[in-house]
Write a protein that binds this ligand. Structure first.
Ligand code: SAH
Length: 372
């Protein structure tokens, strides 16, 4: 179905007196929405910059617009922004933000300083449908997709609260949710974030992590601008991966690796393969050798993530020497490998530990209590 024209949407909003939310619009759409109500295009560009570059969403503070225009805009439009429900900072400087959405759903986003870049880890869904066996978010199931404005809004809120708006930072789509399961909103959010009149985050500073939705990877391969790709691989045989990542039953390892081979990796860039290490499950020297064979000929790097353990997750993390031995086998055979230092564990902000439920931020604990 074709997206309705902005002018039609604006007219419909005007008739029904429901205000149109400008946070959902790319710059050209915002300009069109203004023109539809006879506001000149250049004001659309100004408002886009206020929202996205300066983080100002209150029309009365948009000081380069005449007061009557500000009042007119405030009557006709809204600018939704996720509200800050709470913020926790880890001993290592990582900050986890609990954000409240307009329907009282909550999501988590994380600021990871100095890795060496400043990085924002953002969510693409409330919950997740993928149900990976070791992931707390997966236990929630999918509550709903986030809109483009909500995905971009997380970055806006985090960049504004950390004072990093206007500087260079990275974005990883590694919070709650599976970005390729919410494809259109995710891509639209990346276009809003990339706009040079907004936060101007170049797509090469963005990494999209996916569990392996093969048709969506193929679609991504044809986008005019593409983020970096990370694949949550986690296993080297279909039997093992079926048990850890249920989606593997639909798109098996062969299909996934083939899609990666066809993916147009940018010059001097590579696909990252994430591999959660689970003691006694996928951490043997045989696994390491199979991983080398699987990735043979691909422009790949491997990121080993020793499991972040949590109550309710029926796995444990291997001992350090086991992780090192696994990494050494990959490195000896010429693969670039890194071991992810877990950040923000003390505040449950680490990978796979983001979980909120019904607005209670202690849902992880509630879950743990249920299980024990
Ligand atoms: N759905 C996407 C985005 C989530 S990214 C994906 O799966 O890629 C979060 C990363 O953390 C994924 O690689 C995920 O597999 C990993 N992860 C999930 N639970 C984890 C845990 N308990 N410990 C370490 N990593 C975990």
């Amino acid at each position: 179905m074709e997206a309705p024209r902005i002018s039609t949407v604006a007219a419909r909003c005007a008739r029904s007196r429901s205000a149109m939310n400008l946070a959902e619009l790319e710059r050209h759409e915002l300009v069109a929405a203004f023109e539809a109500v006879d506001v000149p295009a250049f004001h659309g560009r100004q408002v886009f910059t206020w929202i996205h570059a300066r983080g100002v969403t209150d029309f009365s503070r948009m000081t380069d617009l005449a007061r009557p225009l500000r009042e007119r805009l405030a009557a006709a439009f809204t600018i939704d922004t996720p509200g800050l429900a709470s913020q926790q900072t880890s001993v290592d400087g990582t900050s986890k933000f609990l954000l409240r959405l307009h329907d009282d759903r909550h999501i988590e986003s994380v600021y990871i300083p100095d890795t060496p870049a400043q990085t924002f880890c953002v969510s693409t869904q409330v919950g997740c449908a993928m149900a990976c066996a070791f992931c707390l978010t997966g236990k929630m199931g999918l509550v709903r997709h986030l809109s483009a404005g909500e995905i971009a809004g997380q970055v806006r809120v985090l960049a504004t609260s950390t004072g990093l708006a206007g500087t260079t930072f990275n974005i990883v789509l590694m919070g709650m949710g599976e970005p390729l399961h919410n494809y259109d909103a995710t891509m639209k959010a990346l276009r809003i974030l990339a706009d040079e009149k907004g936060l101007a985050v170049h797509p090469k500073r963005v990494t999209l992590s996916t569990v392996g939705l093969v048709p969506a990877i193929e679609r991504l391969a044809n986008e005019p601008v593409m983020p970096n790709l990370a694949i949550s691989l986690h296993a080297t045989t279909d039997a093992a991966r079926d048990a850890l990542v249920p989606l593997n039953k639909r798109y098996d390892l062969e299909a996934l690796i083939e899609a990666c081979r066809r993916f147009p990796v940018a010059r001097r860039s590579r696909i990252t393969f994430e591999y959660v290490m689970l003691a006694g499950v996928n951490d043997t020297p045989d696994d390491a050798r199979r991983l080398v064979r699987l990735l043979h000929g691909l422009r790949a790097k491997v990121n080993l993530l020793p499991l972040n353990e949590a109550a309710g997750i029926p796995f444990s993390s291997p001992a350090d020497d086991r992780v090192d031995a696994f990494a050494a086998i990959l490195a000896d055979r010429g693969l670039t490998v890194s071991v992810r230092k877990s950040r923000g564990r003390d505040i449950r902000a680490a990978c796979g530990q983001l979980i909120v439920e019904g607005g209670r931020k202690s849902a992880g604990e509630a879950l743990a209590a249920k299980i024990h």
